[in-house]
Write a protein that binds this ligand. Structure first.
Ligand code: FES
Length: 394
């Protein structure tokens, strides 16, 4: 009986093989130009597409929420709550890319009047694009977008049913997206957001968040500043406070400035949280690379010669020791593909042909093979000598 079944499987497989072989033999040797499936994929999930700004509103006294739609009138591509969009800003002769976590929910992008939103806080003098978004971007402007980036989303096979979100500043945005999706019934887990701010005026998206509170979504504001009338939690997101809101099995999602991540990593160690239960999203590049472990501080004021090869082109540009290779390239008007800008995604993967770089260990998202073969993620690599790199032609 078993042998008969086995023979049937073998003959069945050989029939399939013949059919497939004949399909291969008759197939065109050149890529199909009018492939309807590729057309559908490109339409629903284009790599890059134009978006139009349709609304800009206050998210706090220091932050704006920017709503955009697809410029061609189609629905926006699918994304998971917690993922980010990369927006290309054309400023003067330069195109500058920035990643922003989406503060709107995926279901809002699937609706008939499909839209998405980002929320951006004004910088404290060190964020050119953040200030541009807050002061110069206008309704009707168009930008180029790449959507559905990053790994910072809830995955039921990996994450606990109860998630404590630890947010600082504008790091609230991916959790706002998750909370909206849970409230809509299209995402199912228990979310407790511990949101740290200095002052009540700093709380971003406060009204929207408070309106989402339910038995599935808890929002706890924690103020570190001295505000006598404040009735909620005070202080920092300490181990003690986190424990108060944790269940026996909890996943911890962290989003905020890098300093906050370094601090929270230690607090979660005090709680004995296993590494598989801790996930984080760091915004952008290190603010002060000299503070990171192993950085050669003696080089801080050096400016090196960076030779950039693109096909047959070669340029030599200045590269400051304290700025990433991506910043040096952008400053020189040389475009390099980026997405996360925090060393994680690999979009800016670059071959170092000669010379040396410092790669901050906290942001080293390279694969082992890339390390062996001299590739770096240019957004997380800092020159420590004159060097030559090879980047793809845009
Ligand atoms: S842009 Fe993601 S690793 Fe550099």
């Amino acid at each position: 009986m078993k042998i008969k079944g086995f023979l049937k499987d073998v003959t069945g497989a050989s029939r399939v093989t013949k059919a497939r072989l004949s399909a291969f033999e008759n197939a065109s040797a050149v890529p199909e130009k009018n492939d309807p499936i590729a057309d559908v994929v490109a339409q629903w999930h284009p790599k890059k597409f134009d978006v139009k700004i349709v609304d800009i509103r206050d998210a706090s006294p220091t932050a704006k929420t920017v709503r955009f739609v697809r410029a061609d009138g189609q629905k926006l591509p699918f994304f998971y709550a917690g993922q980010f969009v990369v927006l290309d800003f054309k400023i003067g002769n330069s195109i500058i890319s920035r990643p922003y976590s989406l503060s709107s929910a995926p279901f809002e992008a699937r609706m008939e009047n499909s839209f998405a939103e980002i929320t951006v806080r004004r910088s404290k003098g060190d964020g050119f694009i953040a200030d541009y978004v807050n002061t110069e971007l206008k309704v009707g402007d168009t930008l180029q977008a790449m959507m559905g980036c990053g790994q910072f989303y809830y995955e039921p096979l990996r994450d606990a049913k109860h998630v404590v979100a630890l947010a600082g500043g504008v790091g609230i945005t991916p959790f706002a997206s998750m909370a909206k999706e849970i409230a809509n019934g299209t995402l199912d887990f228990d979310l407790t957001i511990l949101y740290g701010s200095v002052a009540s005026d700093d709380i971003i998206l406060k009204d929207e968040l408070d309106a989402l509170k339910s038995d599935k979504v808890h929002v706890v504001h924690v103020l570190s500043g001295d505000e006598p009338d404040w009735k909620g939690e005070r202080g920092f997101l300490s181990a003690e406070l986190i424990k108060k809101y944790s269940a026996p099995d909890t996943s911890y999602f962290i989003c905020g400035p890098q300093a906050m991540y370094l601090y929270l990593r230690e607090e979660l160690k005090k709680l004995g949280a296993p590494a598989r239960r801790v996930r984080f999203e760091v915004f952008g590049q290190a603010k002060d690379i000299t503070k990171f472990s192993g950085y050669p501080v003696a080089l801080t004021n050096h400016v090196f010669n960076l030779t950039v090869r693109r096909g047959i082109h070669e340029d030599v540009i200045p590269a400051k020791a304290t700025e990433s290779l991506v910043v040096a390239l952008e400053r020189a008007g040389i475009r390099i593909e980026t997405a996360c800008r925090s060393g994680e995604c690999g979009f800016c993967r670059t071959k170092v042909l000669s010379g040396s770089v410092y790669v901050c260990p906290e942001n080293d998202g390279r694969r082992a093979a890339d390390k062996d073969f001299g590739y770096v993620h240019a957004c997380a690599a800092y020159p420590t000598s004159d060097l030559t790199i090879k980047i793809p032609i845009e």
